[in-house]
Write a protein that binds this ligand. Sequence first.
Ligand code: S3P
Length: 165
Amino acid sequence: MKIILIGFMGAGKSSVGLLLAKKLGMEFIETDKLIEEWAGKSIDKIFKEDGEIEFRDLEIKTAEDLQEVDNAVISCGGGAVLNKIIIDYLKQKGVIIYLDTSYDEIKKRITSNKSRPLFQDKEKAKELYDFRKGLYERYADKVVKTDGKTAGEIAEEIFEKLKIS
Ligand code: S3P
């Protein structure tokens, strides 16, 4: 099985994903890390030097490569829901979990936005948040609210939800 974590920047996908993978004895994969390795540069540099469209292409290619992966927790970039094909690739034999975090909490969590090109302008980021919320909800098999919870608590909650289903 694959566990796919989606949600906005700062929702905790990476820290929760790592803990959850450990709990489940699964591999942990971050699509952003794979993209950085493949491109040989940081996400920020990809955005600056090649542009967002190139980044989104790399996101699609990475998801395609992950189609056959099994027994893994996959943490996606916040924009993975923008291209439905990414979700289609990843959700095969997978459960999609949406880490639902309020915008106020996200603002608190993201203190350094250097590595997040789309969180430079808080007003624009809020627009993105409002637009994407519906997409995260649409693609989610399960939703976990994360406000005020630690990564460990969230991982535990997901673990319990997976046991029930
Ligand atoms: C993005 C989120 C980032 C990263 C890139 C674009 C987005 O990942 O993929 O900066 O469009 O929301 P995180 O959600 O892990 O910050």
